[in-house]
Design a protein around this ligand. Structure first.
Ligand SMILES: Cc1cc2nc3c(=O)[nH]c(=O)nc-3n(C[C@H](O)[C@H](O)[C@H](O)COP(=O)(O)OP(=O)(O)OC[C@H]3O[C@@H](n4cnc5c(N)ncnc54)[C@H](O)[C@@H]3O)c2cc1C
Length: 414
């Protein structure tokens, strides 16, 4: 049992399962030996041109029995729990495309989770099975350019019933990995008169359905990317899909999104810890090898020493917070752990920005190039403070709960 400290404070009564330690060591070795040496190909040529290399590496992972660490065994994965997968995800975060090689990348991992939990037998066979086997990719289409993602209850995309079909109309953007996906899961309003959190449903839409318009891959920090490594703008114009493509009950879209986002944030946060570890490794290596004058390595400068010490401490603290949140989800469920999930979302995203920024600074001009991985991380991970709920939204909800607990103890109503 978890015994919380005051006002949502951290308790530390959990441990790392011994069974995962062996997998972690093997995966770390694989990342070092097989993935990091191929990283430059991915960074400079993009996703689509790297597909032959990606497929070859995926086959190696399949042969090791590690393909889909988070996927249930009945669908061919390792069937790890959140806690166990969180530990693997950190190792994979050390290389930008490692999650893809292991078939546990966002947004597919989240889609697999909700398909498994809420999908019908037909949806499992048609969409989940090929996704789990790594034969297809998918995406998740909720955010709209013309309405606030932080309050999706006022989204404008609609799905109107006509006979045994839904007809979907709307405009979405930042649908990550839409380029080349076989299907998307669209959030659309199915009952505009319903209660705010019961208005929308999640509907599976094959990308080749007439009316799905691919507008563009949106340039993000100067890079439009391609394939899995991209974020698309899409329009849905009179898109007809069978009602049987709906995931879960009508109006359950937000409830399903919540169940996906909690665990998904653990995945992101542990990936970010891997990014931090890798950035710190790069920073340390350069601080030792770069001489400001003969026999005067950068590592002698106190500023750089401070960055290294601060990064080490912050990464350790962040990791413990995430592991605790993952452990709590496993033991008590995502609802009970929602405060922990909100805290790690903004705290770890902040640690990530600081550590990557220090690494770039330590490397000087080299840090701005794609000759090293930190520039890629710097460009792409600024978004960590925005997607899956901006910092401010999470801070507000944590503060509310902390205040509520304390005010209730003092007998004050708010
Ligand atoms: C790289 C990337 C990938 C993404 N991938 C996907 C995807 O695959 N599928 C998908 O559907 N969406 C995706 N998104 C969209 C993402 O979920 C939204 O950007 C996010 O929900 C915020 O919505 P918004 O951009 O509309 O910002 P807005 O809602 O317009 O908010 C703008 C800013 O307002 C502030 N703010 C908002 N609410 C509050 C509040 N309550 N209190 C104080 N300040 C507040 C915050 O600073 C926030 O950043 C992605 C975004 C990025 C950047």
């Amino acid at each position: 049992m978890s015994v919380e400290g005051p006002a949502g404070g951290l308790s530390v009564d959990f441990s790392i399962p011994a069974s995962v330690k062996e997998h972690r060591a093997k995966i770390r070795d694989f990342v070092d030996r097989e993935l990091i040496p191929q990283e430059k190909q991915f960074l400079t040529h993009g996703f689509t041109k790297s597909l032959p290399m990606i497929e070859e590496l995926r086959n190696k992972v399949r042969a090791m029995g590690y393909f889909g660490p988070q996927i249930p065994k009945e669908y061919g994965g390792m069937g790890l729990s959140f806690m166990e997968f969180a530990l693997i995800s950190e190792e994979l975060g050390r290389c930008p495309f490692a999650h893809v090689i292991f078939n546990c990348q966002a947004p597919d991992a989240g889609n697999m989770e909700i398909l498994h939990e809420f999908g019908t037998h037909e949806q499992h066979e048609k969409f989940l099975r090929p996704l789990a086997a790594g034969k297809i990719r998918s995406c998740f289409s909720m955010t709209e350019p013309n309405s606030p993602g932080s309050n999706p209850t006022i989204m404008t995309t609609t799905a109107v019933k006509e006979g045994d079909h839904y007809v979907i109309n709307g405009h979405k953007w930042f649908t990550s990995a839409a380029d080349g996906s076989a299907f998307t899961i669209v959030m659309a309003v199915t009952d505009s008169a319903g209660a705010p959190h019961e208005r929308a449903s999640q509907i599976i839409v094959p990308m080749d359905t007439p009316g799905v318009q691919f507008i563009r891959n949106i340039p993000v920090m100067g890079e439009a990317g391609d394939g899995w490594a991209s974020h698309a703008e899409l329009k849905y114009q009179d898109v007809r899909v069978p009602i049987s493509n709906r995931l879960g009950n009508e109006g359950a879209g937000f409830a399903i999104a919540q169940s996906r986002l909690g665990p998904g944030r653990i995945h992101h946060c542990m990936r970010w810890i891997g990014i931090c570890e890798r950035s710190l490794e790069v920073m340390i290596k350069r601080a030792i090898s770069r001489e400001l004058a003969p026999g005067e390595p950068l590592a002698r400068r106190q500023t750089v020493q401070n960055w290294i010490a601060e990064s080490r401490a912050e990464i350790n603290a962040a990791r413990l917070m995430i592991q605790h949140a993952a452990w709590r989800i496993d033991k008590e469920g995502a609802k009970e752990a929602r405060n922990d999930i909100s805290m790690i979302k903004f705290y770890v995203a902040d640690v990530l920005q600081k550590v990557v920024d220090r690494a770039v600074q330590t490397l000087g001009a080299l840090g701005m190039t794609d000759d090293v991985v930190v520039a890629y991380y710097y460009r792409h991970e600024r978004a960590a403070r925005i997607y899956d709920g901006p910092d401010e939204v999470h801070k507000v909800s944590v503060a509310r709960r902390v205040l509520q607990e304390e005010l209730a103890k003092a007998g004050i109503r708010i």
